[in-house]
Design a protein around this ligand. Sequence first.
Ligand code: OOG
Ligand code: NI
Length: 459
Amino acid sequence: MPDIVPADAIRTAFSTAMSAMYREEVPLYGDLIEIVRDANAEALGQQADLKAALSGAGELERLDVERHGAIRVGTAEELALLRRIFAVMGMHPVEYYDLSVAGVPVHSAAFRPIDPAALLANPFRVFTSLLRLDLIEDEDLRAQAAAILASRQIVSQRGIALLEQAEREGGLTPQDAESFVREVLDIFRWHGDARVSHETYRRLNAAHRLIADVVSFAGPHINHLTPRTLDIDAAHRAMAARGIDAKAVIEGPPTRKVPILLRQTSFKALEEPIRFTDQQGEAKGTHTARFGEIEQRGAALTPKGRALYDACLDEARADSGSQGADYVARLTSAFSRFPDDLDSLRQQGLAFFRYRVADSSTPIDPATSLERCIEEGRVLAEPVLYEDFLPVSAAGIFQSNLGGAEQASFAAHSSRQAFEAALGQKVLDPFALYAAIEQASIAAVETALGTSFAARGEA
Ligand code: OOG
Ligand code: NI
């Protein structure tokens, strides 16, 4: 048996290579990395409890390598192929996101590691959207777009051969893994040469800017890479101070003592020179697709917590969406009923927690509940980190980078089944993944303390 490179190591090599490539393609991304590094150093320096919590959860190391990216593919075949490629790197499709309700003709899933050890090693995620050609009204244009997409091959022959080899042999040797990462990186490279004429681009763009972005090029270029900050308010201010044209509003929940889910902000897409097939010499056209984004992550919410989050967000956006100078005030006020301390989040079953033994020196009464163990200092409870995305936020990120205005929704219904058929498997349920992490931690605590909480509930 030859040496096989662990999937975690291939994913890390890939994520590192993507970061280096994007930094070269979009230099402002390098500025974002610096802003986030400074904001994180500042936050860790000032908040000893934050540092202790991250360190206790083993998350301090993953912070510097952590990021997510986003791509958009054109066909079911492309999506299925990428699903197999990501699997070699230990990334699996989680959750179904329907963006058509927000006027964006795509549906999506996030490819990401799913087990705790893999998440700690490197949580690289790729938000992957599939274009919904069925939402193009003009029949001729729809047929033309489909034909253009059918004639492109986004993965090289060498890349396919290595993928098949990895599937057949259960992995790749160091040398082949290196070649694989190189071939996969090429899929997401920017192409200044469009595959369509200026007129075709114009028509695709008129149907929807996103359609032009997906159909006109040789492959699904990476459209942003997002580092994780511990203080998005500070990072957002630092972006403005550097003259970066960031989105006015931070997506997601308001500023809180205990961060929940995900907060995100981005800067607008760059205008990049491109050349159409009916142009020679210097590039003549321009295309705007690529941008930068930063994110702050917090506790993963249970279905009950998520329902409360959705209700608060709906309330804040009821009349005028995220528009208006008073949006932050509306958001803060709507979220005032969302508990903002760890004990309430845990006791009310709003967030998932990971438990570990702090003190097993004294014998435990078999009637002691888990909550009691926490009170007595025997057990520590830390929130499980949210590893996924948020549909309303994602829509806001799409929109701000497609030219601003919020758009009317498409009439067509969400189509999870069609997405899963294209993908070639069902998407995984994020709630089940978080619940499994919580359950496993409780089981480990029970074993270590020689007790069993299960039968008694939280009495
Ligand atoms: C993806 C937008 C969604 C996020 O962080 O919510 C996203 C895209 O623009 O392709 O990346
Ligand atoms: Ni993003």
